[in-house]
Design a protein around this ligand. Structure first.
Ligand code: G4P
Length: 522
């Protein structure tokens, strides 16, 4: 058991759309020999057959809303790559996914540097305190100077980059990597379209200097500058989330990809003891426990069911075992357990801490639920982020009211959006609250595709939500520009038109409860 835990690494890739996450996923899988040629697993619409992009909207937008996990073995280490939604509008979802991983790879486009969504998603990692490995991608194309990129990372996110591998040749003229741990040179050779693993040649410094001349000299000089500025890898600082090892590469050409895997195996932490809701760590070797980090239905028209993704936190999972849901105290039978990556599914018999399992027909499970056997445990609940977009939802025809209600309940329990109700508006027109507007598009698309309900959405003139209580609700409802709702988890939320209105009410009625919620960008 301890052995199985030690040989596991569970991580996610965070990046701005188009930085190359799909390409990198393919390349990683290729290196791990899951598939023989890049392109079989991931990809974009119109490019290759796309396993991960299951919904029309995802295809059109080129984003991935679903979260799935890819498991492969590399150097005798079991690597779980958990997919994150590719857009900051789904940062609440991303946060949930990040509760399931022990490390993140932050993927940056060499030409674009840190982009807004990378920044936001990085903040989510910081929330969770997980160590981050930085990968500068697309080095085969013209881009920024590497030292400038390092400065940008340090200045904008306060994470000190500590490059492990430094590029030889400027962006757009990628020759290979200087391995800063032993001053050797890894020279790459291009292959057609990057479809096969790029051949590497290992050289010592002398041979590298003879081969690459001034480019090698520049790389060595820059590497020395990094050492002088204290940018050498320090394992303790990395695990504490203060520094980030950096690798330069090209996912498309398969350059630097096995170095990413090596960094994960050598540096990223294995699953550790997870603190419960009271802060007491449950040892990884304790009896089975897991958290539900994602619930999803209708992934594929061929499998119209509901899947709950769990991350095993302690003990061994055996398919068929009966576990207890800490939220309800009720038993749950894990008869149908699968690993899911896009449309590919295979049955899981056994899983260990760090592994992700998809439980089929998980009608009673919700994101944040804890499952356990023997010794009871409850992990901290998932925080819900402060919504900033609000819309009233209505079914277009009264005849479909039943489907409409089922659809709303379904999407609500999956955590696709927050659903708010009050007596005034009634059950037929609930209010949807989202962190980003694309969540509404997902609702509309899924209501149509899965429930055949054409839903109408009308934006509401509110821009803020505050947590309130029953004592304050009546007075708040009497105010202009404010309305109180009950969220489906029972929390009372006051929606406010804008921050000036909020300030005014707080000043005029200091006794009223209006507490801020966790902001997505905190
Ligand atoms: P995403 O999942 O993060 O959104 O990005 P994705 O992998 O789809 O990559 C976005 C674009 O960047 C793709 O080009 C892809 O080929 C390209 N790309 C990814 N990695 C590299 C790299 O290392 N070097 C270079 N030069 N390009 C890279 P596209 O034009 O959208 O698709 P395609 O026509 O190239 O297939």
């Amino acid at each position: 058991m301890a052995n199985e835990v030690a040989r596991r690494r569970t991580f996610a890739v965070i990046s701005h759309p188009d930085a190359g996450k799909s390409t990198l996923t393919e390349a990683l899988a290729l290196h791990a020999k899951v598939i023989s040629e890049a392109g079989a697993i991931h990809g974009k619409a119109g490019r290759r057959s796309t396993v991960s992009d299951w919904m029309e909207m995802e295809k059109a937008r080129g984003i991935s809303v679903t979260s799935t996990a890819l498991q492969f073995t590399y150097r005798d280490t079991v690597i779980n790559l958990v997919d994150t939604p590719g857009h900051a509008d789904f940062s609440e979802d991303t946060y949930r996914v990040l509760t399931a991983v022990d490390a993140a790879v932050m993927l940056i486009d060499a030409a674009k540097g840190l982009e807004p969504q990378t920044l936001k998603l990085f903040q989510v990692c910081r929330h969770r305190g997980i160590p981050v490995i930085t990968v500068i991608n697309k080095w085969d194309r013209p881009g920024q100077a590497p030292l400038e990129l390092m400065d940008e990372i340090e200045e904008r996110i306060g994470l000190k980059p500590t490059p492990l591998l430094w590029p030889v040749g400027i962006a757009g003229d990628f020759r290979g990597l200087l391995d800063r741990t032993n001053d050797s040179y890894i020279r790459f050779t291009r292959t057609a379209g990057g479809a096969k693993i790029a051949p590497e040649e290992l050289m010592d410094a002398e041979a590298a200097a003879a081969r690459e001349g001034v480019d090698w000299g520049n790389a060595v000089e820059e590497s020395e500058l990094l050492s002088i500025s204290g940018a050498d890898h320090d394992q303790e600082q990395f695990l504490a989330g203060r520094t980030s090892p950096v690798i330069f590469g090209s996912a498309m050409l398969n350059f630097g990809v096995h170095q990413i895997l090596d960094a994960l195996v050598d540096l990223a932490p294995p699953p550790g003891d997870r603190p419960d809701v009271d802060g007491h760590p449950r040892p990884v070797t304790a009896p089975f426990s897991a958290v539900v980090f994602k619930v999803q239905a209708g992934m594929d028209s061929a499998h119209r069911d509901r899947l709950a993704y769990i991350r095993v936190c302690s003990g061994t999972f055996e398919r068929g075992m009966v576990v207890t849901n800490a939220a309800t105290g009720k038993p749950f039978t894990t008869k149908y357990a699968q690993s899911v990556f896009g449309r590919e599914r295979s049955t899981v018999e056994t899983a260990y801490p760090g592994d992700v399992v998809g439980l089929v027909n998980a009608l009673t499970l919700r994101p944040g639920d804890t499952l356990y056997t023997e010794e009871p445990v409850r992990y901290p609940p998932m925080p819900s982020f402060a919504p900033e977009f609000f819309a009233v939802l209505r079914a277009d025809s009264a005849g479909k009211y039943k489907q409409f209600r089922r659809a709303v309940d379904q999407l609500d329990s999956e955590g696709v959006v927050q659903v708010l109700r009050n007596d005034l508006r009634g059950d037929a027109s609930p209010v949807l609250a989202a962190v980003g507007p694309m969540q509404f598009e997902v609702v509309a698309a899924r209501m149509k595709a899965e429930f055949d309900v054409e839903a109408k959405m009308e934006n509401l003139g509110y821009s803020l939500a505050r947590r309130t209580n029953a004592e304050s609700a009546d007075e708040l409802n009497r105010q202009r520009g404010i309305e109180v709702f009950t969220r489906s988890d029972g929390v009372l939320l006051a929606l406010v038109s804008d921050k000036w209105r909020l300030q005014y009410i707080q000043k005029e009625h200091p006794g009223l409860t209006l507490e801020p919620l966790v902001a997505a960008a905190d």
